[in-house]
Design a protein around this ligand. Sequence first.
Ligand SMILES: Cc1cc2nc3c(=O)[nH]c(=O)nc-3n(C[C@H](O)[C@H](O)[C@H](O)COP(=O)(O)OP(=O)(O)OC[C@H]3O[C@@H](n4cnc5c(N)ncnc54)[C@H](O)[C@@H]3O)c2cc1C
Length: 299
Amino acid sequence: MKRIENADMSEYTSFRCGGKADLLLIPDTPDELREALLEATGNNGASSEGEDKARGVLMLGNGSDTLVRDGGYRGTVIKLGDGFSRIEIKGDRVTAGSAALLSQVAKAAAAESLSGLEPLSGIPGSVGGAVFMNAGAYGGEMKDVLESVTALSIKTGEITEIPADKLDLSYRHSVFSDTGDVILSAKMKLTQDDKETIEARMKDFTDRRNDKQPLQYPSAGSFFKRPEGYFAGKLIQDAGLRGMSVGGAQVSEKHAGFIINTGGATASDIIHLMRLVQNTVYDQFGVMLEPEVRIVGEE
Ligand SMILES: Cc1cc2nc3c(=O)[nH]c(=O)nc-3n(C[C@H](O)[C@H](O)[C@H](O)COP(=O)(O)OP(=O)(O)OC[C@H]3O[C@@H](n4cnc5c(N)ncnc54)[C@H](O)[C@@H]3O)c2cc1C
């Protein structure tokens, strides 16, 4: 198992900023994962202390929806390694390890003429992160294709397969934010379609992203959740905040829903800008924007 002490989280998160984690462990097998959890929490979950101690563990996927504060993370970050990135296709079922990237899974599915992942193919996350967040785009979400998830209980170390309808999947939410269990793999049910048509749809979604999103800058995508009945980007734009910056953090000129790192932004710059946006939008429209980005670590 790979272990990195004082791991610089700017290297592991798409915002490219943030402090250091005390320890980063990269397990490649379920046994190594149990070992990592044991080391991080002081037990494998069998004791009743498991839940409290487990707060010192942060699961990280591709880091594309996570912002680590500048003081870093006092505890252990666990990122599943390549051993968890297998993609297996049988008939219309695709089973992908949590560390596989959504884009790789979508590509593999398209190669087998399987449709369903096209709208999600441009999301720069891992399968684990996409299940955790119930990631979605262009009218599709993980919930639409997910059949079941294999997860390791942080309390007992047991591995179980959980049907999708038991995962409490809703807008950017799954049961895993409550349980803290580790997602190992996801089984998706797709549908047969013409390969060229699938690839053309994927290209169309990619073109739309390139056209609308500031992809040349580090970010975590849309910073805020979509408030009921509104679009966060439109509210931010209408509040006159497009281009507003704090230090190296800026409300993107191209897409006001994105906060970008224009170079040298600290996590603190991003969080100050987030608060400025929240307060201004609230004062003007009475809507409190809630971050979609998971903000962790010490001030
Ligand atoms: C340019 C850009 C565009 C984006 N566009 C979209 C979009 O269109 N739609 C969308 O929904 N999101 C979008 N995002 C946000 C992000 O890519 C998604 O939320 C993605 O699903 C996060 O996956 P990740 O692996 O990077 O997660 P991370 O940021 O690593 O983790 C996210 C959460 O999942 C948890 N987690 C990760 N892996 C596991 C695991 N194996 N077991 C348990 N918990 C785990 C983490 O603890 C964390 O709380 C975008 C981001 C960027 C940078």
